[in-house]
Design a protein around this ligand. Structure first.
Ligand SMILES: Nc1ncnc2c1ncn2[C@@H]1O[C@H](COP(=O)(O)OP(=O)(O)O)[C@@H](O)[C@H]1O
Ligand SMILES: [Mg+2]
Length: 223
């Protein structure tokens, strides 16, 4: 999935008059299959960039095209279909505590008809992320690293061509964080998906093909 941003700005109005440029005039092209780290201090705009690319947030101005879908001008009703082609992983896992591991993985598919067996897909992914023995477990009984593996399986359940991970190792110790990156890299090698990982851990960022650095909403470096 290729990604194209041209002069993308996202402004939030806070209170009555103050506006914050969470993203300011960002231009960027990412080819399909690239592994990109997005780094920068807290508040620099990493999450905003991921949300805009994932169709969770609309840009205030600028042009954004992901996999031939023009997101800045798309109608609101067209976005859910687009979002289903994108997998999201978050720092705090965002699992549903009342559901077991298996049901957390299939949860994004519940409203939809899909051309495959949802449960078989969940089991295949849980085996792939090393949790084949914990399919019926309560998510609360799992370690942080295991919960993030469940979240990765959930992100991949609909066969996305783009994975957006927002500080996926931020709540994990360094070793577990690198194991999660190992897993993401293996899954990327299997599927050819494009991967963006926001992180302020330089050791995690250094593993990417390309490192984008944000400061105050501006893309200040692209190497
Ligand atoms: N929903 C929002 N309303 C107001 N300001 C926001 C909102 N989301 C983000 N911001 C502001 O935009 C800036 C960038 O935030 P964010 O993209 O979350 O940065 P990062 O992920 O790098 O920490 C910050 O100043 C943040 O406070
Ligand atoms: Mg963030």
């Amino acid at each position: 999935m290729s990604i194209h941003l041209r002069d993308v700005t996202k402004t939030y109005i806070v209170g009555s008059a103050v506006s914050i440029a969470a993203m300011s005039h960002v231009s960027l092209d990412i080819p399909k299959g690239q592994r990109v780290a997005v780094t920068g201090a807290s508040g620099s705009g990493k999450s905003t960039l991921l949300h805009v690319i994932g169709g969770l947030d609309r840009p205030t101005s600028g042009e954004i095209v992901v996999n031939e879908v023009r997101l800045d001008t798309a109608k609101e009703r067209e976005l859910p279909r687009y979002r289903r082609t994108v997998g999201f992983v978050f720092q705090r896992f965002n699992l549903v505590p009342s559901l077991n591991v298996h049901d957390n993985v299939i949860a994004p598919l519940i409203p939809y008809r899909v051309p495959f067996d949802k449960s078989a897909r969940a089991i295949e992914l849980l085996e792939r992320v090393g949790l084949g023995e914990r399919i019926d477990a309560s998510v609360a009984a799992l370690s942080g690293g295991q919960q993030q593996r469940v979240a990765i399986a959930r992100a991949l359940v609909a066969h996305p061509s783009l994975l957006l991970a927002d500080e996926p190792t931020g709540a994990l110790d360094s070793r577990t964080g690198h194991e999660i990156l190992d897993l993401i890299e293996e899954l990327q090698a299997d599927t050819g998906m494009t991967v963006l990982v926001a992180t302020h851990d330089h050791a995690i960022a250094a593993r990417a093909d390309r490192v984008l650095t944000m400061a105050d909403g501006v893309l200040i470096s692209d190497v």
